[in-house]
Design a protein around this ligand. Structure first.
Ligand SMILES: [Fe+2]
Length: 265
């Protein structure tokens, strides 16, 4: 599995507070089957703001320690960019992308997406970037109307779910929204968003439960294949499940039944 969203780089945001804690978390990840991880530190003007050189220095020091300790995880730099007007200039000038790719992990206000947040994402698209909206299921507007997620997807925004959401870590409404999006195919990635505050177990548990409740193909796609496309900077197909549904009515029926069973259990 490849984790595309975690706050494991120490002493840069609200994630890990020490090198030792980060190393312990990476060892747990490796033991659980994580092979690669993007260290996506918050980048939020006025809150978590740093220069490209400051990030690089912290990332390189930590990556060297990880190599020295022989923890078998490939690391890539990354950011979780808070959307604000003009943010595309920071993304371009500082290279706030996922590794060497054109993908950019972005977030916005959870309690009410600003009306102009698609405008910020559109500016990124215009510059050739590929925005991925982090933890799309946690936005209040998406919980109230999951079609908001679909509308973003058809406007070229990739969507990421938190593994913990599928396990109920953020409450039942986030949980049911996450499952609905996964079952509709309105999600491209599942990632940990780990902040090194507790044990690293959600990715492993979510992988199994997605495989059980949807299918192994979808689990592999969301936890491994799509993330690998970021490493390789390849374009990811947005409507992957729709293609499958067209070829398999059984798959569609099974997914729908799963969602409604979960709603009424
Ligand atoms: Fe995050």
């Amino acid at each position: 599995m490849i984790d595309i969203h975690c706050h494991i780089l120490p002493d840069i945001d609200d994630g890990s507070k020490s090198v030792d804690a980060s190393l312990a978390q990476l060892r747990a990840m490796a033991d659980g089957g994580i092979t690669d991880a993007f260290l996506t530190s918050h980048y939020f003007r006025g809150h978590y703001q740093y220069s490209k050189d400051e990030y690089k220095a912290k990332y390189n020091t930590f990556a060297q320690e990880v190599a020295h300790q022989q923890i078998g995880i490939n690391l890539y730099p990354g950011f979780e960019v808070f959307l604000l007007p003009g943010i595309e200039d920071d993304v371009q000038s500082m290279g706030l992308t996922m590794g060497e790719s054109a993908y950019v992990l972005v977030e916005t206000e959870l309690n009410g997406r600003p009306t102009d947040d698609y405008g910020s994402m559109y500016q990124l698209l215009r510059k050739g970037f590929k925005p991925i909206l982090a933890h799309v299921e946690r936005y209040v507007g998406v919980m109230l109307n999951p079609y908001e997620a679909y509308n973003l997807m058809i406007q070229d925004i990739y969507l990421q779910l938190n593994a913990g959401s599928l396990l109920g870590s953020y409450g039942s409404k986030v949980e049911s929204t996450a499952w609905y999006l996964a079952e509709q195919g309105w999600a491209h990635f599942i990632a940990s968003d780990d902040h090194v505050r507790s044990s690293y177990e959600h990715m492993l548990a979510a992988n199994i439960i997605v495989s059980d409740n949807i299918d192994r193909y979808t689990a592999d796609l969301l936890f491994d294949e799509h993330p690998r496309y970021i490493i390789e900077n390849k374009r990811i197909q947005r409507n992957y499940v729709k293609v499958l549904k067209d070829n398999s009515s059984n798959r569609l029926n099974r997914r729908s039944a799963g969602f409604f069973n979960r709603l009424f259990r």
